[in-house]
Structures are given as C-alpha cells and as structure tokens.
Design a protein around this ligand. Structure first.
Ligand SMILES: CC(C)(COP(=O)(O)OP(=O)(O)OC[C@H]1O[C@@H](n2cnc3c(N)ncnc32)[C@H](O)[C@@H]1OP(=O)(O)O)[C@@H](O)C(=O)NCCC(=O)NCCS
Length: 223
C-alpha cells in the first residue's frame, strides 16, 4: 500500500496565512491549552454545549476524549473531519466539517473556533473559506450549512462574507437560558470563492472515505 493507511493524515488545506490538517495528540493537547486560555467571555454564549467551561483537568480529558471519539466514529456515510487550524506551525483553533449520507445529500455542516488572541484578524474567515473549498471544489458539495447563536457578530459576519444566507432559526435552552440559533446556508452558487484562495493537497486518496466512490472489501470492512 502506498501512503498512509489513514490518508486523511496527509490532507492539507492551505490559505494565505493558515494550514489546516489533522492534529496529532500533542497538537490536540495544545488546542486544549489554547481553548483554556480563552475563546470568549464567560457570560457570552456561542456554543450549544458549554464544553469550554469545564474545570481542569476534567476539561482537558473531555476535550481529548471528544475529539478521539469523533475520529473513531468515522464511516463513509457519517463522518466528521476535525482539522487543526495552524499558523506558523502552531495550532490556534479548530475547524470541523461534517457529512451525513454525503454521497446522497451533498450537504455539509461545520463548526469552528479560534483562541481569543487569534480572533479578529481575518483568520476565522480563512479557516471557514478553506472548509468551503474542500466542500465545494474538493468533495462536490451542493450546500454548506452552519449556525450561530444570536448576537455572535463575528460568526454572523464571516458567514455573510463567504456567501451564507439566513434560512431560519431554532430555540435552545443553554445553561438555563433561552438562546436562539440562527441557521445559515451557503450554496455552490452563493459561495464567495474569491475571498479566500485555498490550495488542497492529498485529497484524492481520501475521497472514498468521504463516501465518494465505492470502497472495495479490502479497503473497508467492519466487524
Ligand atoms: C467566529 C470566529 C471563528 C471568527 O473568526 P475571526 O478570526 O474572529 O473572524 P474574522 O476576523 O475573519 O472576521 C470577523 C468579522 O466579523 C466582524 N466582527 C467581529 N466582531 C464584531 C462585532 N462585535 N460587531 C460587528 N462585526 C464584528 C469583523 O469586523 C470581521 O468582519 P470584516 O472582515 O467585514 O471586518 C471567532 O471569532 C471565534 O472563534 N469566536 C468564538 C467561537 C465562536 O463563536 N465560534 C463559532 C460558533 S458558531
């Protein structure tokens, strides 16, 4: 066999200032440190689950377990690719892209965050732009869906800039409070692809793992 048996380790998304790739365990722990150093003020709600507020070291343990589990649950019909957003070789945040029955639906969803010190410099736009290039150019998606809690101006603006449009909302109870999630959708047509130049490397050997093309029994057999 040529290349890594889990070819996603060789996948790279490059933007002018960032490289997105699968994190190794040391980088995952570094990402836990970045998150612990702060993502948003404690009184703000930006996540459906307040995972970033757990005490240490429960926080670090759950962080590692969560992302190990996400990777370990991979199947070509239900996958979640969790990429470290790195700048100058250092992880500064996470960009996730999720596909459910992608081969049939051609829709992805996503989530992301950057450590606070890295926010507000255009890097979140680059990370999401890289994800959209993977979705539309790399995987042939028709649409990318996302959402943000009402009042999350940075996330709303990143979505708007890249071509997402508001499609609806959903009410959640988060930490005993009523929160409204605004749902947004970007289509291949509305995508502002020129905003973020993206280079994708190492995708071809990964395509079948995303459900694109048929895996032979030698390539994918489960117990
Ligand atoms: C959301 C997030 C990933 C965006 O990344 P970022 O690097 O901060 O975003 P960028 O700098 O690329 O772009 C932010 C845009 O929002 C705008 N913005 C930021 N705060 C704003 C505010 N309070 N009011 C109005 N606009 C605001 C910026 O001006 C910029 O728009 P512009 O390029 O037109 O000037 C990042 O802020 C983050 O990690 N936030 C906390 C976690 C989070 O909310 N994750 C998303 C959950 S849905």
């Amino acid at each position: 066999m040529n290349g890594h048996p889990w070819p996603l380790f060789d996948l790279r998304l490059r933007t002018p200032h960032l490289e997105l790739r699968l994190p190794n365990d040391d980088e995952l722990l570094e990402l836990a440190r970045v998150a612990r150093a702060g993502i948003v003020d404690a009184e703000r709600t930006v996540f459906l689950m307040p995972w970033h507020k757990l005490p240490s070291p429960a926080f670090e343990r759950q962080f590692l377990l969560h992302w190990w589990a996400e990777r370990g649950r991979w199947s070509p019909t239900a996958w979640s690719l969790v990429l470290a957003v790195t700048k100058d070789g250092r992880p500064i945040g996470l960009q996730e892209i999720i596909g459910r029955e992608f081969a049939i639906r051609r829709v992805v969803s996503s989530g992301s965050w950057l450590g606070r010190e890295f926010q507000g410099q255009g890097l979140g736009t680059e990370a999401r732009g890289a994800m959209l290039a993977l979705a539309f150019d790399g995987l042939g998606a028709d649409a990318a869906e996302s959402g943000y809690i009402e009042g999350n101006a940075a996330s709303a603006r990143v979505s708007e800039k890249l071509g997402y449009r508001v499609t609806g909302d959903e009410v959640f109870a988060i930490e005993g409070k009523r929160e409204l999630e605004i749902k947004v959708r970007c289509t291949r047509e509305s995508w502002q692809r020129e905003l973020v130049p993206v280079r994708i490397e190492g995708l071809e050997p990964c395509l079948k793992l995303f459900g694109i093309g048929k895996l032979s029994p030698e390539e994918w057999t489960t117990f």
